[in-house]
Write a protein that binds this ligand. Sequence first.
Ligand code: 5CA
Ligand code: ZN
Length: 405
Amino acid sequence: MKSWAAPTIPHLPGQGGRLQLFDTSTRTKVDSAPALDASMYVCGITPYDATHIGHANTYVAFDLINRVWRDSGHTVRYVQNVTDIDDPLLVRASETGQDWRAIADRETELFREDMSALRVIPPDHYVGAVESIPSVVTYVERLLESGEVYRVDDDLYFRVRSEPSFGSVAGLDDDRMRVIFAERGGDPDRPVKQDPLDCLVWQAARPGEPFWESTLGPGRPGWHIECAAIAVDYLGVPIDVQGGGSDLAFPHHEMGAAEALRVTGQEAFARLFVHSGMVSWQGHKMSKSRGNLVFVAALRSDGVDPMALRLALLAHHYRSDWAWTPQGLEGARTRVDAWRAAASRSAASPAEPLLEAVRAALADDLATPAAIDAIDAWVHRDGTDSGAPNLMARMVDALLGVQLH
Ligand code: 5CA
Ligand code: ZN
């Protein structure tokens, strides 16, 4: 499906250093992309409601990876999905009397507008679950033939233990996996499954629900196989970074990786599993199901500058969990004003050392708070370098995605 318009990225002198990122699977910081070609798959939205601050925080975090990779000379291949068929869409459709497709189209379009406003670099391929159904069917057929998928009634389940590395992404013990699986859309207690953790790859048509005809019988894809299939088709495995919020490490990324490995016969799905922290509001993780949401589009229509919003997100390290506050946004607004004033001075302190400091901070697991501190300190210094304000503005735009001019 169509992506969104790309922001311009100013050219900077020199090159950034290699990006070290924290990998959930090994719990260490590692070189994020050893080769010139860097690839990233980031899990996209389920479009049954508008983009909230938590979503924005996640996509801005992965946008930083994209920007830092480009700055260090990588060619980036970036893919994102849209879960445009899933239970929440059907529930919202029946609550509101709207067609599930109309809800998905409308909310996906709003997401594109929000991402453009936040200057998030679009994926090269923005792929819907519905359009990837033929591919999912092919892969499930393959797993059925090799005995890694079995039937429960007319539903098809993946034997998670058929992949020896299963469990290595999130590193949870069996009891924790069972609990979290139940909390996040799984069905550990369904009788007749061979293992409580086995996950649905093809859900047979239910009365009144949309379905697609296929050699597997009429039905629709399970959630994890959707992302596995899209990543395999559009990037090939192993990819460098599999990304999303920390709530996706288990079961989604654990199971998607296991499925992709059985489908392809490869030994690694992603070199790194990277997870951003959760944003809360009113004391709980912002979530569509709970309804404690602050929408990006609502802030924009209230006149909030998207660049101030972006800076409010960047003030937190991408892996930390944090609470949204109006004061945080106000602080970012003041900061963006100060940066804009500094960028329009006729001369300032040389910006090359600042560029070096910001590059070093970002290369160290995207340490945006340190990068912001360095910029704040520079803003308060005077100097006679007439090129410095312009270089500072180009750097803030290219590396942090915050446009000052
Ligand atoms: N469509 C699936 C992924 S394939 C999905 O999880 N969709 S979502 O709309 O629920 O979430 C989209 C992204 O936003 C995910 O990466 C998720 O981890 C992240 N996310 C959701 N809520 C929050 C939150 N409160 N804070 C930070 N990130 C969040
Ligand atoms: Zn996903």
